[in-house]
Structure formats: structure tokens, C-alpha cells
Design a protein around this ligand. Structure first.
Ligand SMILES: NC(=O)c1ccc[n+]([C@@H]2O[C@H](COP(=O)([O-])OP(=O)(O)OC[C@H]3O[C@@H](n4cnc5c(N)ncnc54)[C@H](OP(=O)(O)O)[C@@H]3O)[C@@H](O)[C@H]2O)c1
Length: 250
């Protein structure tokens, strides 16, 4: 029987052949691993980031991709970005920073910026993409372990990523048959953590790894593999896929 949510290739690698996948945050870490993975599976990739040189470098690293400048903090520029692109089959937004502060140390501007980067920006990006989006396509947003496991300096970020999880469930209804999901990474060794832990990174990651059921922290490819499941799983929508080595359990 005909089916409005996939083309019969759901769940297979072939499901991505020739599909146009836009990766916002594809210049580094998790996003770069996602871009490489879907390109390897035969997708046509567009990378969105804030810096031309970083985009060029990432494109080279995955064997060539279309490159577009886009900053999650500047939603007004998104309609023009998508107007100039071919029809989008999948949109993956991994972009984000991790500036953690206590509420006491945060100004109202800090709070607004956090919400713009985590919520207003990604949602505006989705909205702009919808004008030219495949009905058999999907959207993957990024949440994070903080939604479930709070830390003292992470109240705002916890709230923002928890909101992402609530949003994907509602958007899965609003945007159907487009599927909408989120991936929630635990600790993953990327440049983000270099900035976060500084010189103490190696030691911090070793003790974090020892506390996890998996005995190791994540690699960008672990998250890319999970994102591929969400992109190709034609029966998965409104879901948050936790890829955290069991981090929510300990
Ligand atoms: N690594 C972890 O342990 C971990 C854990 C939980 C959640 N996460 C989340 O996973 C996502 C990816 O993290 P990562 O570890 O891969 O970080 P990363 O290596 O630092 O990469 C961050 C990416 O986000 C892009 N970016 C940052 N701010 C942006 C903005 N305002 N507009 C557009 N692009 C922006 C950067 O692009 P340019 O700088 O080139 O513009 C870069 O491509 C983030 O949302 C992070 O919070 C990570």
C-alpha cells in the first residue's frame, strides 16, 4: 500500500542516496561527523556555519559539500539562505556552544542569547526550511544530557535543551508527515569540550568515562550513527534518542 512517510527504503543506507541533507553545525565535532556519515551514505550535503574558512575546511574533510553562511543568533537571514538551496530532504541542527553560568552570574542578555541559540534560532531555521521541504523528509534537533542530569551551572541550558525535547514532540504532530526528532548526546569528545574543560580536559574525561556503564565517553561517530537511524527510520517521529553511554543512569 502507498505510504506518505517514506519511499520503501526506510531504515536502509540506500534511503539517503541522492537526498539533500542540510547540516547546521557541520563544521566541527558532532555535526561534522554527521555530515561525513550522510555523505558516505550517498547524500548531497549542505553545510551551514558562521565562518567561510571553517566551512571550506569541513567541506574538504568530507570530500566536498555545498557551503552556506548562517548564524543561529541571526534568524532574519534564514529565509534567504533556504531560498537559494535545492529542496531539502533532511535538516540536522547540531550547532551550539556551551557557555555555562549560574543564574546569579547571568545577565538578562545572557539568558536571551542562550534561548536564541538553542530555541529561537533552530525553530526559525526549521520554519525557513519548510518552504521547500520534502514531505518524506525529517528534521533532527539536538538536546543534551543536561535535560535529565542537572549541574550547578547549567540551569538555563538545561531548560533550553529540555524545551527542545518538548518541541520535537509537538512539531512531529504539526509538521507531519515530515518527521521530527532529537538526539541527546552525553559527553562526546569534540572541540566543544576543549574549550569547556581547558587543560584539565584529559583528566575530567577519564573520570567521567570511568563512571559510565560504557566505560568510555562518546565519539562524534557514535552520535552520527544515531542521527542516521533517525534520518532513515521512516516510522520514528517525536522521539528523543539518548546517546550518552548510560549517562542518565548514573
Ligand atoms: N560534545 C558534547 O559533549 C555535547 C554534549 C551534549 C550536547 N552537545 C551539543 O551538541 C552540539 C554539537 O556540539 P559539538 O560537541 O559537536 O561542538 P563543536 O565541535 O564545538 O561544534 C559546534 C558547531 O556549532 C556551530 N555553531 C556554534 N554556534 C553557532 C551559531 N550561533 N550559528 C551557527 N553555527 C554555530 C559551530 O560552527 P562554526 O563555529 O563553524 O560557525 C560548529 O560547527 C551542540 O549543540 C552541543 O551543545 C554536545
Amino acid at each position: 500500500m502507498g505510504d506518505r512517510s517514506d519511499n520503501g527504503e526506510s531504515g536502509t543506507l540506500a534511503a539517503l542516496v541522492g537526498k539533500h541533507v542540510v547540516v547546521v553545525g557541520g563544521t566541527s565535532g558532532i555535526g561534522l561527523a554527521v555530515a561525513r556519515d550522510v555523505a558516505h551514505a550517498g547524500a548531497e550535503v549542505t553545510l551551514v556555519g558562521r565562518d567561510e574558512a571553517r566551512l571550506r575546511h569541513a567541506s574538504g574533510a568530507i570530500g566536498g559539500a555545498r557551503q552556506r553562511i548562517g548564524d543561529l543568533r541571526e534568524p532574519a537571514s534564514f529565509p534567504a539562505l533556504f531560498e537559494a538551496l535545492p529542496r531539502v530532504d533532511h535538516l540536522v541542527i547540531t550547532a551550539g556552544t556551551a557557555s555555562l553560568k549560574t543564574l546569579r552570574d547571568s545577565t538578562p542578555d545572557d539568558l536571551r542569547q542562550m534561548l536564541t541559540e538553542r530555541l529561537v534560532g533552530p525553530l526559525s531555521m526549521v520554519r525557513a526550511a519548510l518552504g521547500n521541504f520534502s514531505a518524506t523528509g525529517s528534521i533532527v534537533l539536538t538536546s543534551g544530557l543536561l535535560a535529565d542530569r542537572p549541574i550547578r551551572t547549567g540551569a538555563m541550558l538545561a531548560g533550553a535543551v529540555a524545551a527542545v525535547e518538548a518541541v520535537v514532540r509537538a512539531l512531529a504532530l504539526e509538521l507531519a508527515p515530515i518527521r521530527v526528532n532529537a538526539v541527546s548526546p552525553g559527553l562526546v569528545d569534540t572541540p566543544l569540550l576543549d574549550a569547556f574543560f581547558g587543560e584539565g580536559k584529559e583528566q575530567a574525561l577519564a573520570s567521567a568515562a570511568a563512571a559510565l556503564p560504557t566505560g568510555r565517553i562518546g565519539r562524534p561517530d557514535d552520535i552520527a550513527q544515531a542521527v542516521r537511524v533517525l534520518l532513515t527510520g521512516g516510522f520514528i517521529t517525536g522521539e528523543v534518542l539518548h546517546v550518552d553511554g548510560g549517562g542518565r543512569l548514573v
